[in-house]
Design a binder for this molecule. Sequence first.
Ligand SMILES: [Zn+2]
Length: 304
Amino acid sequence: MDLKDLLDELSSTTKGEFSSMPEVVDGTDDVDVSTLPITARKWTRMDDVVVVVADLKSSTQLGTGSKAASTASIYEAGTGGVVKIFDKFDANFIQIQGDGALAIFWGDRRYERAMCAGITVKTNSLDFATQIETKWPTKPETGFKVGVASGRVLVKRVGTPRNPAQQEPVWAGKPVNYATKAAQCADRHQLIVAGSVWDRIEKNDYLTLSCTCGDGPGDGIWQDFEIDKLPIDDPERQGRRLVSSWCQVHGEEYCNAILDGKKNRPDVNALRESMIQAQWADSLRAVARRKRDDVRNRRRGLSA
Ligand SMILES: [Zn+2]
């Protein structure tokens, strides 16, 4: 190992990189990450992607000594299941990350596909945890925690040219980081969305209001949630938390309605209006909402 040579070479590469700025191009909805250049200094900017992160609770307490085989099974079924769900909902990019996985959605109906995928992960998480508890009653309590965030990213593949095992896309920007932090703040079987994600789904009755089973329909399935791992002055911090899952009776119908782009359920018109009014009456949420609207409007003005 010639450490001095390595550090000198890196220093010189950094100097070269900083002496002329890389090219940044605007991506279209059909960007294929696997074909982005590795060596060319060209980054792709995507204005609004939706990131879903699924994180396995208590994974560090799953043993790798005498309990290695059961731990391996839990990872295989758990992370394997999440990846399968992301694929079924047409995620544009999927990556195994730590003990869970992340999916990035862009293009048509990205919010709808991302939310349906996230809700499916948390619905499956209930059965997954029940099966673990039945088979291995002494295992720590586990299950998936889900975070969703959205916004602008810069993407480029970075790594060793000609060695695909050492190449990964880098997603610069807040969404991946914020979705990861939102997932960390959740408990198992919960889904937390950052502020802008809620802004984009709040008028979709199939997502925001409960079905007609039990006491439904109602607006109690989502609650305000402050994502305290996000910066205190960032309006994305004022998020919402979903505690319910797909209903066994209505889940499939609602999921397909959402994917088909439907938003309004005639049975809940008054309820939706009162829910949106209540949000504006809450000062903390209203201030954060105005800030997010300002950011979006400025961005639209700049790109027009
Ligand atoms: Zn139902």
